[in-house]
Design a protein around this ligand. Structure first.
Ligand SMILES: Nc1ncnc2c1ncn2[C@@H]1O[C@H](COP(=O)(O)OP(=O)(O)O)[C@@H](O)[C@H]1O
Ligand SMILES: [Mg+2]
Length: 125
């Protein structure tokens, strides 16, 4: 995934957290065998259960008065899907934070041949 796409996705999530009035944002990276997970949590106002099913719908916003477009999460979702990733609202694993999103990025395993080349490089130096 290009760096500018990743930056735009993360900055979108941080902007939402800020607009929800958060004091703290917690970012956590988790490496799985075939993907990398990014958990983004904030202690803002949280998301009303009634709104949860709509948050990824284009133009759904609870911030219309403040100029919200309702496009942030839906664009994030489209971009992640385009690059083989995904985003979910992951409240089941939620701890002390009001809101938690988890993103997954595909992760390309380095081939054995590549590992051997880099190991040889290190031994030669
Ligand atoms: N971190 C968050 N805390 C509370 N509510 C959120 C958060 N992220 C998203 N939301 C809710 O999801 C809706 C859709 O978000 P988004 O697609 O980014 O559109 P917008 O920010 O323009 O409203 C927001 O209006 C808000 O109700
Ligand atoms: Mg937004």
């Amino acid at each position: 995934m290009p760096q500018d796409v990743l930056e735009s996705i993360v900055s979108n999530l941080l902007e939402n957290a800020k607009q929800a009035g958060c004091q703290h944002i917690h970012l956590q990276l988790e490496k799985k065998t075939r993907c990398i997970l990014l958990h983004v949590e904030d202690d803002g106002c949280g998301i009303d259960e009634l709104n949860l099913k709509n948050i990824f719908t284009p133009f759904f916003t609870t911030k219309r008065q403040e100029g919200g477009t309702g496009l942030g999460l839906s664009i994030n979702q489209s971009l992640l899907r385009k690059y083989g990733g995904a985003i979910v609202y992951s409240d089941l694993k939620k701890g002390m934070y009001a809101t938690r999103f988890t993103l997954t990025f595909p992760y390309e395993e380095i081939s054995d041949a590549e590992k051997e080349v880099s190991l040889k490089d290190r031994l030669d130096n």
